[in-house]
Design a protein around this ligand. Structure first.
Ligand SMILES: [Zn+2]
Length: 412
């Protein structure tokens, strides 16, 4: 940084601006510690809307709101960065409305950092409702049947109108299992689209991350990581995981990919966020995560505890006049009993959504803080062992059934 600024002083204003965008400033990542026995890393990613300590989880605000919460709730957790969805905002209210408002931060009154995804995942999830070619993807709106087209350039244009701090390029995300030919084609297409996104990007106050595809094929993933790394972008994302493969395959893919990502850039695993996945993937070198899961299971009655996820619907909570998780210091557990939460859920009160979402996101963010502190003080491997011992993940069958059910309720 010092070298850069001393050089910048000798440049003309135009060259200086160009230099800013080429060096990824004002986005810098500091790697503070790497765990000795696992791949876990602790660092800080600096953005124009605040520092993001890593590893970090980003709550998802699909429709420019983290469902049931307002910005004060998020700051209280604290959540330094949230994710919003380009696809949804492009359809409603439309990027022009958000640009008129002064950008997404002002529109939703959120002064922390924001990442917008490219919409690629949602568009490719539409199945027969979309067609893809080398230039882009055409799809039909689920809201009114209107036809839309995303190209790498159009997605960057929309994301520049939204104005998030971190923006993602259009990529081709396949459901797994996929054939070797399809994975190869999607990888190549994703790389060509990334080059076009880089060429289209104009705003120097936004960080464009590259996305690594390649399914669960180690050779394709290595190739993808090296290609994205070669472009000098401020961050690298792993896409196309948690899309149908089993958990051991996902963990193995993460483990074979991260060693080929640049060590001095944050690595973001897209769409992954159960407590066990967070621990296991931090151990394999991931710094950033997002997932609708913690907030979504909360709305459906599932609450995280240090021993695993419980259902507030259970009769045993009916007269449990104590906090659901006595070790939790969230705004829900500090004030309300499990019996009260059980009652709110049972009668369908709106407050349930806010209290449950608050608890689950707080639980997840606390896990991230515990992991980060353990990486910094050299105890991560011990803490990972303790987590594996104590936490019982939701069963695979149940998780699969829930994924299928949620897939029918598109829209976050
Ligand atoms: Zn709590």
């Amino acid at each position: 940084m010092h070298l850069y600024f001393s050089n910048a002083k000798r440049l003309t204003p135009i060259a200086c601006w160009y230099n800013l965008s080429m060096t990824n400033a004002p986005f810098t990542y500091e790697l503070l510690a790497t765990d000795a026995t696992t791949g876990a890393r602790a660092g800080v990613f600096h953005t124009p809307h605040g520092d993001i300590p890593t590893p970090m989880f980003m709550p998802v605000g699909t429709q420019a709101t983290v469902k049931a919460l307002d910005p004060d709730d998020l700051h209280a957790m604290p959540a330094p960065v949230i994710l919003s969805n380009t696809y949804h905002l492009a359809l409603r209210p439309g990027p022009e409305v958000i640009a008129q408002a002064g950008g997404l931060h002002r529109f939703m009154a959120w002064d922390g950092a924001i990442l917008t995804d490219s919409g690629g995942f949602q568009v490719f999830s539409l199945g027969p409702q979309r067609t893809v070619d080398d230039d882009g993807v055409t799809f039909r709106s689920l809201h009114d049947g209107s036809i839309h087209r995303f190209t790498p350039e159009r997605v960057i244009e929309i994301e520049e109108m939204l104005g998030a701090d971190i923006i993602m390029p259009l990529d081709e995300c396949l459901a797994l299992p996929a054939t070797a030919d399809d994975l190869r084609r999607a990888l190549d297409r994703t790389h060509r689209w990334l080059e076009r996104a880089v060429a289209a990007k104009r705003r120097p106050d936004q960080a464009l991350f590259g996305i690594v595809q390649g399914g669960t094929d180690p050779a394709l993933r290595r190739e993808g990581a090296r290609f994205v790394g070669s472009l000098g972008l401020p961050g690298v994302a792993l896409g196309g995981l948690s899309v149908g493969e089993d958990k051991p395959s996902m963990y193995a893919t993460v483990a074979t990919t991260t060693p080929h990502c640049p060590a001095d850039r944050p690595r973001y695993l897209m769409g992954v966020g159960s407590p066990e996945d967070l621990w296991e993937c931090v151990a394999r070198g991931i710094d950033l995560f997002d997932c609708v899961l913690p907030a979504r299971v909360a709305r459906h009655g599932g609450l995280y505890t240090p021993a695993g996820r419980v259902s507030i619907k259970g009769a045993k909570w009916r007269d449990h006049h104590a906090p659901l998780d006595p070790t939790c210091d969230c705004a829900t557990c500090r004030r309300f009993t499990a019996a009260y939460l059980h009652h709110l859920h049972r009668v369908g009160e709106l407050l349930w959504h806010r209290l449950a979402t608050t608890h689950n996101l707080h639980f997840i963010l606390r896990q991230m803080r515990v992991m980060r502190a353990a990486i910094l003080d050299g105890t991560f491997a011990d803490k990972l062992g303790a987590f594996r011992e104590a936490y019982r993940p939701a069963s695979t069958e149940r998780a699969a059934a829930q994924r299928a059910k949620f897939a029918q309720q598109r829209g976050g």
